[in-house]
Design a protein around this ligand. Structure first.
Ligand code: ZN
Length: 203
């Protein structure tokens, strides 16, 4: 019985901790998360304020998790001989601001003040080039397989932290890659539970 109580307390402590906003410094970097700087970014146009969050899904190789290949991909260090798919995508120059791995670990690649290269050809409510004004968050996963509990918890915390720091991101200005590039992109896919995610933001 005592063991059960201790476990419950421990779980609550973890849950509470995950709801504490993550500090973002003046240079646009999350504190207390791992940083892996990507060279794939440039300056946002001065006239564009951060006003949209785009949620993506990615796995490398497709359908496999772990291995650290997403970090390597965003840093142009993917070994083309490690997997046939890597030879296809190895020359792409892309990034996202953050990745949330299956265990909820957050990695940041690009300062939020800079433009990460995650959206590609895109349109949000008649505004094209969404990279100019958005923050890109990748979830490690596939369109079909449920994202993990820990990913939803980290994502909610990250989005809340971003909205605290960047006041122009409206509550309805969070979308999927498939919403801004329909017909070209499908992520984060049907596996992403938007209802659950939006409820977690309201807590
Ligand atoms: Zn995407």
């Amino acid at each position: 019985m005592r063991l059960v109580n201790n476990s419950v307390h421990k779980l609550n402590a973890i849950a509470n901790d995950s709801m504490t906003a993550i500090t973002i410094d003046a240079a646009g970097w999350l504190q207390t998360v791992d940083v892996v700087p990507s060279p794939n970014f440039d300056a946002r146009p001065e006239s564009d304020k951060i006003r949209l969050i785009v949620i993506h899904g990615i796995s490398l190789p497709p359908g496999e998790f772990g291995g650290g290949y997403i970090e390597k991909f965003f840093c142009n260090n993917l070994d083309p001989d490690a997997h046939p798919y890597f030879a296809e995508i190895g020359d792409m120059r892309v990034s996202a601001h953050c990745l949330i791995e299956r265990d909820g670990r957050i990695v940041q690649f690009v300062s939020f003040l800079d433009r990460a290269w995650h959206a590609g050809v895109s349109d949000w409510c008649g505004q094209d080039n969404c990279n100019n004004f958005s923050i890109g968050i990748e979830l490690e996963g596939t369109d079909e397989l449920a994202y993990s509990e820990l990913q939803y918890a980290s994502l909610a915390n990250l989005v809340k932290s971003l909205r605290l720091q960047y006041g122009d991101i409206a509550s309805d200005s969070i979308c999927g890659h498939s919403d801004i590039a329909p017909g070209r992109k499908t992520d984060p896919g049907a596996a992403f539970d938007w209802h659950r995610f939006r409820q977690s933001l309201a807590l």
